[in-house]
Design a binder for this molecule. Structure first.
Ligand code: BTN
Length: 253
C-alpha cells in the first residue's frame, strides 16, 4: 500500500497555528483527505499542551499538523493515538540521530533532560464517534537559540548532527514512521505499542520528585495504564494519575 500520510502536503509561508488552520478548514467542511499535512514555514502563534505557546523561528523547525480520521477507535481510547504518534516520532529520531530518545509522559519528546519536540492532538468527536484528529507536531531542527525560559531545557537536531538539516527532506521520512504506527494501531496492535511506549518513558524506574496538589513527593515512575494514566510507586503502593493531577517536579521537597 502506498504512503498516505503526507501524500498531500500543503505548505503555508505564514500561519498563526497549523492546528488552528486545519481545525478551521474542517469546521468549514473543506474536503481534505486523511493524511493531509499542513506545514508552516513561519508559525507565529503556535500552541502547546495545557494552553502554553510553542515558539519557533521562521523556517528553522518542523511545525505541522496532520489530519487523521481514526473512526475505528472508540473515543474512550484517545490515548492510543498519543502512543502511536509518540512512538513514531521517537523511533524516527532514534534512526536519524543514533541517540537515546525518551518520551516524557504523556507526549513530550526528550533527549537527556532536554525537549526536542512536542505533540498537540486535538480530537473532533461527533456524538460518540471519533470524527477526526488534528495531530500537531513541533520538532526543533535547526534552531539553537530559544526564548530564555526554554533555552536550558531545549535541544535541536542540529545540536546532535552538528549541521543544518533540510526540513522538507525530513518530513516525508517522519510521515513514513507515523503511517507505520497508525496502521499498527488500526490492525489491533495497541498492546504491543503500549509496551514499547513504556520502554521509552523518561525517568522509568527512577526515583523522582512529582508535584501532586502543589506538593513535591518522591516516587518511582513505574508505567502507564492503557487509558494513559501515569503510574507512580510510593514505597510499594502504586497510584495512577491523569495529566491534571501530577507533574514532574524539578526540585525535591
Ligand atoms: C507541546 O509540547 O506542548 C506541544 C507542542 C505542539 C506544537 C505543534 S507545532 C505544529 C502544531 N501547531 C500548533 O499550534 N501546535 C502544534
Amino acid at each position: 500500500m502506498g504512503l498516505f500520510v503526507g501524500q498531500n502536503i500543503i505548505t503555508l509561508q505564514q500561519v498563526p497555528s497549523t492546528n488552528e488552520y486545519l481545525k478551521d478548514k474542517l469546521s468549514n467542511s473543506t474536503p481534505l483527505a486523511e493524511g493531509t499535512v499542513i506545514m508552516a514555514v513561519h508559525q507565529f502563534a503556535g500552541r502547546g499542551q495545557k494552553g502554553t505557546s510553542w515558539h519557533s523561528e521562521p523556517g528553522k523547525n518542523l511545525t505541522f499538523s496532520l489530519l487523521l480520521t481514526p473512526t475505528f477507535l472508540n473515543p474512550k481510547h484517545q490515548f492510543s493515538l498519543t502512543v502511536a504518534i509518540s512512538l513514531a516520532i521517537a523511533q524516527w529520531l532514534e534512526s536519524l540521530l543514533h541517540t537515546a530518545i525518551k518520551v516524557k509522559w504523556p507526549n513530550d519528546i526528550y533527549i537527556g533532560d532536554k525537549k526536542i519536540g512536542g505533540i498537540l492532538i486535538e480530537n473532533i468527536l461527533k456524538g460518540k464517534v471519533w470524527k477526526s484528529a488534528v495531530v500537531g507536531i513541533g520538532i526543533n531542527v535547526n534552531q539553537v537559540d530559544f526564548p530564555e525560559t526554554f533555552q536550558e531545557h531545549s535541544i535541536a537536531i542540529k545540536q546532535i548532527l552538528h549541521k543544518d538539516s533540510n526540513i522538507g527532506e525530513l518530513l516525508p521520512d517522519l510521515c513514513k514512521y507515523i503511517e507505520r504506527e497508525y496502521f499498527e494501531l488500526k490492525n489491533g496492535g495497541f498492546e504491543g505499542q503500549l509496551a514499547m511506549y513504556k520502554q521509552y518513558l523518561y525517568r522509568l524506574g527512577e526515583v523522582h520528585p512529582f508535584l501532586i496538589d502543589g506538593v513535591s513527593v518522591a516516587g518511582v515512575l513505574c508505567g502507564v495504564t492503557a487509558a494513559g494514566r501515569l503510574m507512580i510507586d510510593f514505597n510499594g503502593h502504586v497510584v495512577d494519575f491523569d495529566i491534571k493531577e501530577v507533574a514532574f517536579s524539578v526540585k525535591p521537597n
